[in-house]
Design a protein around this ligand. Structure first.
Ligand code: CUA
Length: 370
């Protein structure tokens, strides 16, 4: 007992002689450089994102590559210093009571490790501001821009296009059609709760906030179909709040909008403006596919096997046209047992013309008869 107290009162204090330690500093620097180069090359080569379908997507992807090139060496450098220090200055047997050499600060080192990260951050922030400013810029010819009003609700997006004629009615669609190579200005709104309008292939996304109109621009540059996603948890049907963007050539887009808006006859007079569509009879099978019905519903006639909504082969069997129409236009009036309310998009009465709804009803009635 007495012996231990004695040793405690007079601990053996000796300073480690750091210079005695040998560590492979040169090898460590070499490994760090190789790891940094590998990390940067891999980070840039790996395809992290979906295909880039807008000019803004290209800018974002380039920005991401620059961030990778700037941050990988910093990460590798910090990790290397930590590992090196832990190895070189580790405690060895017999050194339990020893202390490291006293340190009185190093002004030059502190200036260096404050200045370099500050410059790196300042540079990246400035670059980010330039990219953002550039990506949000309005086109030189404002008239060439397409304005699309995007309205979210539980659980669907509705897209409104400007009327064909002054004072006309906006053209509503459940599918987002966009012309290739033209700047699009989205004005995003919501009828109920928070949603978030996101097209991953375009990279940009923005919240739809009750009572506020938010906006962003993209210029689609690649033909094809891309998902529209809701990126804000908004209720039970959040996961099925998905639609499709169709980027099509400008002349096809003009023709589509013309047809959707009622044959370009102004669209204002008749209220619904659907009379012009009598010439091209809507096809129920096509409508079922184009509106994504098969993603949620099983229907033998369409070869679809969705399970989010009721199986239409059984649910619609024996229903008359009026009942089927009510199911489409007013889905919450009567919900099939075992399925949740508010899951089926409530906006088909708005985005489909009466002729289209009739065609869809007929298709469903014929397809579920047998
Ligand atoms: Cu709307 Cu999530």
């Amino acid at each position: 007992m007495a012996e231990t107290e004695e040793t405690r009162e007079e601990p053996e204090f000796e300073t480690l002689r750091i210079a005695d330690r040998k560590a492979p500093l040169g090898a460590l620097i070499a490994i760090s450089v190789v790891a940094s180069v590998l990390g940067v090359v891999l980070g840039i080569l790996i395809d992290w994102f979906p295909v880039a379908a807008s000019t803004q997507a290209r800018q974002v992807d380039t920005f991401y590559d620059v961030l990778i090139a700037a941050s990988v060496p910093v990460f590798v450098g910090v990790t290397a210093i930590v590992l090196y220090s832990a190895y070189r200055f580790r405690m060895r047997p017999g050194e339990e009571d020893m202390d490291g050499p006293p340190i009185h600060g190093n002004t030059r080192l502190e200036v260096i490790w404050t200045t370099i990260p500050a410059l790196v951050l300042l540079g990246l922030c400035s670059y980010a501001a330039v990219v953002l400013h550039d990506a949000e810029k309005a086109p030189a010819a404002a008239a060439s821009e397409l304005n699309v009003r995007v309205v979210g609700e539980q659980f669907a997006w509705t897209f409104f296009y400007p009327p064909a004629a002054q004072g006309g009615k906006e053209v509503a669609s459940s599918q987002l059609y966009l012309p290739e190579g033209r700047s699009v200005h989205f004005k995003v709104q919501t009828k109920d709760v928070l949603h978030d309008f996101w097209i991953p292939a375009f990279r940009w996304k923005i919240d739809a906030v009750p009572g506020v109109t938010t906006d962003y621009r993209v210029t689609p540059i690649r033909l094809g179909n891309y998902p529209v996603v809701c990126a804000e948890l908004c209720g039970l049907g959040h996961a099925v709040m998905r639609q499709t963007t169709h980027v099509i050539p400008q002349n096809e887009f003009a023709a589509w909008l013309d047809k959707k808006g009622g044959g370009g006859a102004g669209g204002g007079g008749g209220g619904s403006g659907d009379e012009g569509q009598a010439a091209a009879k809507p096809d129920g099978k096509q409508l079922f596919a184009a509106n994504g019905c098969g993603g949620c519903h099983t229907l033998g006639a369409a070869g679809s096997s969705g399970t989010i909504g009721p199986n239409l082969d059984t649910a619609l069997k024996g229903q008359d046209a009026a009942m089927i129409k009510e199911d489409i236009v007013n889905p919450n009036a009567e919900v099939t047992k075992g399925y949740g309310k508010d899951i089926m998009p409530p906006n088909f009465g708005q985005t489909l013309s009466p002729a289209e709804i009739d065609a869809l009803v007929k298709y469903l009635q014929d397809g579920t008869k047998g």
